[in-house]
Design a protein around this ligand. Structure first.
Ligand code: GDP
Ligand code: GDP
Length: 539
């Protein structure tokens, strides 16, 4: 279960202080990704952390230097675009200049939308709250919040207000989605039970196990049991049970684990012995336009392998596609353009930073597509930084390898590694989506990364490794105490977190932390996943 990340857009006329506010928020200590360039020059994306909640920020700061359209027209367009992309819109006005006609134009645009708008009166330092806010009430967008982007006054309160509204909306959305899912499961369960009844009546018991695939059984089970999520519920065994003795006999006859019977009646994944099939790995293929994402998606899906489009319960959920590759199930998360693949040629239309970031939040494993001919761009690095910040497992695909001359390959690979030095734990594969090359290797790396991210690590094993690490290299002494590392346990999965207990651990520096990270990573074969090391001092 991933936590969704709210998208907050800053809108307003030029010079009110949007960029200043954006920079203050994104360049805080916690932000790795200060600036993800958009495709057009008029918007910047960044991320920030407020308490433990990550947010994505859009600065609609600069204007394209297009002479043909006036500033007013550009403002209106940007405002509309921000409203489409964002969950919360912060409308920034200038408390020193006061209310201008252009503010009113933007307000008119904003009042027309259902999106939550928070009005921030910037440059309010040294001005009484009531005075700063007074004239902006007239905009009809609620209580103005005085802030100072340069000094930081009121910025925290502004972000709290954004989050508060979003959390409330999010809770309502989730409730609605759960209600829909429940109704859907009920409907499917009724249909499945009815199908079973008809089969039994028709006296076709001996074929029952074949006739009722795992999916139907799961639905019936869901209705009888938790009723929450058909995917999580029991196996095809339930269908056999419901079909009565005949069905049970048939199931015994096949002697196959119920979970291995797939919906299309084909052979199972060979995971014999386990009753529940593994959950499909959720994959997001991300990267800047023209890296070859659509080509890869086409190669992986091949029209006939597309099993289902999962329509989102709510507008903010991702759309995903189930597909199989070499008998393994995956879900591909949409990053815009997936639905219209092949048909869209306009890169602006098929690439969306917000959709990319949301897909990263939503996936188990991200595949970062780099165009090996062009090399790692600024946008690629920024997306990579976001993947790291989100703690997602990652495989880097250097695509278009077929187009890289043989004598340049060594250097291209080395240069990509250099540019993405902060992801040295991620496997980097050379592929050709166009020529269908190394796709098996790619998907194997995806599986391995997922496995590494969710690996269970035992306390005795971790503690032994920790002691061996300390024997190999002691933590440096700082002041009168040498930090004492006593034992380690796993504090979380996905990404793995190793918690180290001991004394005076707050003195341990980044160098030693990196040493430990490398030590554990190598010995636990944690390739493809970020690894977090936390220290807990007893004293
Ligand atoms: P944008 O065009 O809306 O992105 O505005 P900028 O962030 O570029 O800011 C425009 C000008 O306002 C710059 O000179 C900033 O230094 C100034 N500015 C921004 N925030 C504040 C503030 O809180 N107080 C004051 N006094 N000036 C500010
Ligand atoms: P997207 O914007 O990331 O979805 O990129 P596309 O899949 O639309 O690909 C952009 C261009 O790169 C198209 O002209 C593709 O034919 C080309 N392309 C994609 N993969 C490869 C590859 O492996 N080798 C070569 N030579 N070209 C590729």
């Amino acid at each position: 279960m991933t936590t969704p990340v709210p998208v907050i857009a800053l809108v307003g006329r030029p010079n009110v202080g949007k960029s200043t506010l954006f920079n203050r928020l994104t360049r805080s200590r916690d932000a790795l990704v200060a600036n993800i360039p958009g495709l057009t020059r008029d918007r910047h994306y960044g991320s920030a952390t407020i308490d433990d909640q990550r947010v994505v920020l859009i600065d609609t700061g600069g204007f394209e230097p297009v002479a043909a359209t006036g500033v007013a027209e550009q403002m209106a367009r940007q405002t509309r675009q921000a409203v489409i992309e964002a969950d919360v819109v912060v409308f920034v006005v200038d408390g020193r200049q006061g209310l201008l006609a252009r503010d009113e134009e933007i307000a008119r645009e904003l009042r027309r939308t259902a999106r939550k708008v928070i009005l921030a009166v910037n440059k309010s330092e040294g001005i009484a709250r009531a005075v700063a806010a007074a004239e902006f009430h007239a905009l009809g967008l609620g209580d103005p919040m005085p802030i100072s982007a340069t000094h930081g006054d009121g910025v925290r309160a502004l972000m709290d207000a954004c989050l508060e509204d979003w959390l409330a909306e999010e809770a309502a959305r989730r409730e609605q989605a759960e209600e829909l899912a429940r109704l859907d499961a009920e409907a499917r369960a009724v249909a499945a039970a009815e199908a079973v009844r008809l089969q039994v009546e028709a006296g076709q018991g001996s074929h029952t196990a074949e006739a009722f695939p795992a999916g139907a059984g799961a639905d019936a089970h869901a209705a009888a049991g938790t009723g929450r999520d058909g995917q999580d519920a029991g196996t095809g065994g339930t269908a056999a049970a419901m079909a009565g003795d005949a069905g049970a006999r048939a199931a015994e006859g096949t002697a196959a684990p119920a979970g291995a019977v797939t919906p299309d009646g084909a052979e199972g994944t060979g995971g014999a012995g386990t009753s529940a099939p593994p959950k499909p790995v959720r994959v997001a293929i991300v990267g800047r336009p023209n890296g070859g994402k659509s080509t890869l998606i086409n190669a992986l899906l091949g029209e006939e392998r597309v099993i289902a489009f999962n329509q989102p319960g709510t507008t903010r959920d991702s759309i995903s596609i189930d597909f199989r590759w070499r008998n393994r199930d995956y879900q591909l998360i949409d990053t815009a353009g997936l639905r219209r693949r092949g048909k869209v040629h306009d890169t602006v239309e098929k690439f969306s930073v917000v959709k990319t970031l949301q897909a990263i939040e939503d996936c188990n494993v991200a595949v970062l597509m780099i165009d090996a001919v062009d090399g790692v761009s600024e946008q690629d690095s920024a997306i990579a930084g976001y993947i790291l910040e989100a703690g997602r497992a990652l495989v880097i695909a250097l695509n278009k390898w077929d187009a890289v001359p043989a004598d340049a390959r060594r250097e291209v690979l080395a240069e990509c590694r250099r540019r993405l030095y902060f992801l040295d734990w991620a496997p980097m594969l050379t592929i050709s989506a166009l020529k269908n090359r190394a796709l098996d290797k790619l998907m194997k790396a995806v599986d391995d990364a997922r496995a590494a991210a969710t690996r269970k690590l035992s306390t005795p094993k971790l503690t032994r490794m920790l002691h061996a690490a300390v024997l190999h290299q002691q933590p440096p002494r700082t002041g009168p105490f040498r930090p004492k590392l006593r034992y380690a346990h796993q504090g979380g999965q996905n990404p793995p977190v190793i918690v180290i207990h001991g004394n005076s651990l707050d003195k341990i520096g980044d160098g030693y932390r990196r040493f430990l990270e490398g030590w554990f990573r190598e010995r636990l074969a944690l390739q493809g996943t970020p690894l977090r090391i936390e220290f807990r001092s007893a004293a």
